[in-house]
Design a binder for this molecule. Structure first.
Ligand SMILES: *Cc1c(COP(=O)(O)O)cnc(C)c1O
Length: 224
């Protein structure tokens, strides 16, 4: 019951042009169904096997977003189901996504994950690495990847100025890639940034996709 209430009040704070991804990692299918019955169609998971199991069991018109670090050997579990992979951080994993997408007769939309936080632990590319990837001859031959934008996670801090600065950095990198490589690619349009604690700042800084878990489903029992 509380999921419905949470979703309704959350939606009032998110413009219609921003896609709300309900992050359902570690949460049971009943919770996802409760959100689904209240109109939610985009869900985010960070574990490949968990997404596979949920996607097999739940309604087929759900859009599944993969938001966690993706190991090459796990791509095959999500390829049939996934709509958007937010967390591409190497050419190696992108190659495997292309291979599995072809096997499944589909194109998979992907975002490049950037490292914007001060914390050492967060995954992601810097601008130079992203440009290397885009300029590589291998990337140019991938026929089953639709590169659709960028993703980033801000530092976990109370410092609003710092969070805003990190989101602005991601927007600058997005604009740079858009102008230099994707000006003729309308599909390259997504900036995935903002979680429960910082999504309003992210929207002010031009996020197009917010990934929100605990504000909808309540706190998770483990950290991730
Ligand atoms: C868990 C997670 C979220 C959602 O976090 P909340 O703080 O619960 O909203 C968003 N993005 C990523 C990459 C995550 O791993």
């Amino acid at each position: 019951m509380f999921i419905k209430t949470h979703l309704e009040s959350l939606r009032k704070t998110i413009p219609e042009t921003v896609c709300l991804v309900a992050v359902s990692k570690t949460k049971p299918n009943e919770d996802i169904l409760e959100a689904y019955q209240n109109g939610q169609r985009h869900f985010g998971e960070n574990n490949a096997r968990e997404m596979q199991a949920k996607a097999q069991a739940l309604p087929k018109d759900i859009h599944w977003h993969f938001i966690g670090h993706l190991q090459t050997n796990k791509v095959k579990y999500i390829a049939p189901w996934v709509d958007l992979i937010h967390s591409v951080d190497s050419l190696k994993v992108l190659k495997e996504i292309d291979r599995q997408a072809e096997k499944n007769g589909k194109t998979i939309r992907c975002l490049l994950q950037f490292h914007i936080a001060e914390e050492e632990t967060k995954f992601g590319l810097n601008l130079q690495e992203a440009e290397q990837l885009i300029n590589s001859p291998e990337f140019k031959t991938m026929a089953h990847i639709q590169l659709s934008g960028v993703m980033g996670m801000a530092t976990y801090t109370e410092n609003q100025t710092q969070i805003r600065r990190e989101f602005k950095q991601l927007k600058v990198w997005f604009d740079h890639l858009k102008i230099h490589y994707f000006s003729e690619t309308p599909e390259f349009k997504e900036i995935s940034m903002g979680m429960s604690g910082d999504y309003q700042l992210a929207i002010e800084e031009k996020s197009t996709l917010v990934r929100i878990g605990s504000l909808i489903f309540g706190a998770r029992s483990c950290v991730l």
